[in-house]
Design a protein around this ligand. Structure first.
Ligand code: PNS
Length: 171
């Protein structure tokens, strides 16, 4: 079987994403993580850096048989090009389900692409890339939510507006 595809923005990859990657490989044998280069919102990190951080995280936790690619355009076109008929997504809650089910139905209507959902582990239900970006931008701790290399990349990001402890300094 051609490797199933796990698509996303991964801006940045979180421990929740890494858990889905590990569990998808355990269940399905191998995986291609596909980073959308130009998501609907302007990303914090460039596509190549997002992909490199996923590679670093996958190697850090020792998951084998994972390929990481970037793509533009429709997910169904990437899947057709690669001969893949299955995509994998993570689901945290009902809010995720509403949006994901709509995309899954649209993709299936276009080419018959099937979507398999993995339910997030309880420890990761609160994690989202957008919240991680927000906390990091304001100088808060993110080491509970992302791997060390991702935390370092966020700390080095020019989008960061505040250093830790800046609030205390005003007292
Ligand atoms: O991590 P995200 O941002 O929730 O991932 C969304 C993503 C990248 C999987 C979705 O936006 C996508 O598939 N984009 C590629 C363009 C596409 O195929 N759009 C139609 C979806 S039905």
């Amino acid at each position: 079987m051609t490797a199933p595809i796990y698509p996303g923005s991964f801006d940045p990859v979180t421990l929740g994403h890494v858990d889905v990657i590990a569990r998808a490989v355990a269940a399905l044998g191998r995986l291609c993580v596909a980073v959308v280069a130009n998501p609907s919102k302007t990303p914090l990190l460039p596509a190549d850096e997002r992909a490199a951080l996923i590679r670093t995280e996958v190697d850090r936790v020792g998951v084998p048989d994972v390929e990481v690619v970037t793509f533009d355009g429709l997910l169904v076109d990437l899947c057709t090009d690669r001969g893949t008929t299955v995509v994998v997504k993570g689901l945290r809650d009902g809010a995720d389900l509403a949006g994901e089910a709509a995309m899954a139905r649209m993709n299936r209507a276009m080419t018959g692409l099937e979507t398999l959902f993995l339910v997030s582990a309880p420890a990761h239900v609160h994690l989202s890339s957008s919240l991680v970006r927000e906390v990091a931008r304001l100088g808060g701790p993110v080491d509970h939510a992302v791997g060390p290399a991702v935390a370092a990349a966020l700390a080095a990001s020019p989008a960061r507006t505040r250093t830790p402890g800046a609030g205390e300094a005003r007292r």
